[in-house]
Ligand binder design. Structure first.
Ligand SMILES: C[S@@+](CC[C@H](N)C(=O)[O-])C[C@H]1O[C@@H](n2cnc3c(N)ncnc32)[C@H](O)[C@@H]1O
Length: 345
């Protein structure tokens, strides 16, 4: 039998990958992520990885050291020995690299104590850091004889050599949105220092180090689209998976602590798919809130200015009209008409 032409072979391969990633949607494993990923996640099947590995700082007993009573926190957090941390990081990041699509990106949350091991493991696995983000949070552990630690590092990466990874620049703010002091909301949001408070859920059962919803929302919106597959190799309280579902993304991942896994898997059923998308628009959920308003000359010329800027960044007309529609709160076709009218003039 004649072999299929290369192009057809590629199409079959892409088709099979799509089928496999459909099967992985919203399936979570009570398993070690290194062996689990090898077993369940095919190559290049994931659009985005957001993960917060154990930090090898005795996270399982740290509260005892600080004489803190940790109520409503699950027992059984699985920590890694400091001596094994570099090797452990190399192994799980090897799997992360294998499962990530070439257009995909990854956010790794790390404390500062063992950051070097993570940086070396990223390099060893051919990841390239796009941004080194500092996340400043509230409620650091008080200290008397040194400064209080109140930040984490977030390493935003892509595969080395990947040309362009998905980044939705205008997913949260448009160019014309201003803060009270007239500074640009978009610029502030794109800065690499993020000030985001931890969620404090009184009386609610949680994992140690649960990531706040606001932080996850930001990473997911900028780096994935609806229906994409998001993976968290260290699920903890499933916070990545919960926000992914709330934003109409699919997710998968691993957690070794059986009690947390059982409890959180149950909690996932209570989350309505996509409900956060409605809350994102401050205008009652209508992304076209300016649709019936009169055009001013000033607004029309701003649209043209933005269109030219978007096009010079290499985006297609279709993508440009879509972005303009979100930024200016008007329909896709009215954006197209303004641009065409300007061309004719
Ligand atoms: C820092 S916590 C993750 C917290 C999570 N991001 C959240 O918001 O709840 C790390 C989690 O990884 C789990 N863990 C440790 N080693 C693991 C491994 N090899 N595979 C999967 N999970 C693991 C721990 O039990 C812990 O729940």
């Amino acid at each position: 039998m004649e072999p299929l032409p290369l192009r057809l072979q590629l199409q079959v391969l892409i088709y099979c990958c799509n089928i496999v990633s459909l099967l992985m949607r919203d399936i979570y494993y009570n398993q070690d992520c290194i062996t689990g990923a090898r077993e369940h996640l095919p190559d290049k099947s994931v659009d985005l990885i957001i993960t917060d590995p154990p930090f090898a700082i005795n996270g399982d007993i740290l509260h005892k050291h600080y004489h803190r009573k940790e109520e409503h926190v699950f027992e059984g957090y699985v920590e890694v020995d400091q001596e094994e941390y570099r090797d452990f990081s190399i192994k799980w990041l090897h799997e992360a690299h294998r499962v990530l699509k070439d257009t995909g990106s990854m956010y790794v949350v790390s404390g500062w104590s063992n950051l070097l091991d993570i940086l070396l493991a990223l390099e060893k696995n051919d990841f390239e850091i796009i941004n080194h983000i500092i996340w400043k949070y509230n409620f650091g552990v008080s200290t008397r004889h040194k400064f209080v630690t109140s930040h984490y590092h977030i390493l935003y990466c892509k595969k080395s050599g990947a040309k362009r990874v998905k980044f939705n620049t205008f997913c949260r703010f448009g160019t014309s949105e201003k803060n009270g002091d007239n500074s640009s909301m978009l610029y502030n949001d794109l800065e690499d220092v993020w000030v985001i408070n931890r969620d404090f859920k009184k009386g609610r059962l949680r994992n140690k180090n649960t990531l706040p919803a606001e932080l996850l929302k930001k990473m997911i919106l900028y780096s994935s689209d609806e229906d994409d597959l998001v993976c968290d190799l260290f699920l903890g309280s499933f916070s990545t998976a919960k926000i992914a579902r709330s934003l109409n993304r699919y997710s998968t991942g691993f957690e070794m602590n059986g009690d947390v896994y059982d409890y959180q898997l149950e909690q996932m059923h209570n989350i309505e798919r996509g409900y956060m998308l409605k809350e994102l628009c401050s205008n009652g959920g209508n992304p076209h809130h300016n649709q019936r308003k009169r055009w001013t000359e000033e607004e029309a010329s701003k649209v043209i200015e933005r269109y030219n800027a978007i096009k010079s960044a290499g985006l297609t007309d279709k993508k440009a009209y879509h972005l303009l529609s979100m930024e200016f709160g008007r329909g896709y076709f009215s954006m197209m008409n303004i641009v065409k009218k300007n061309r004719r003039a």
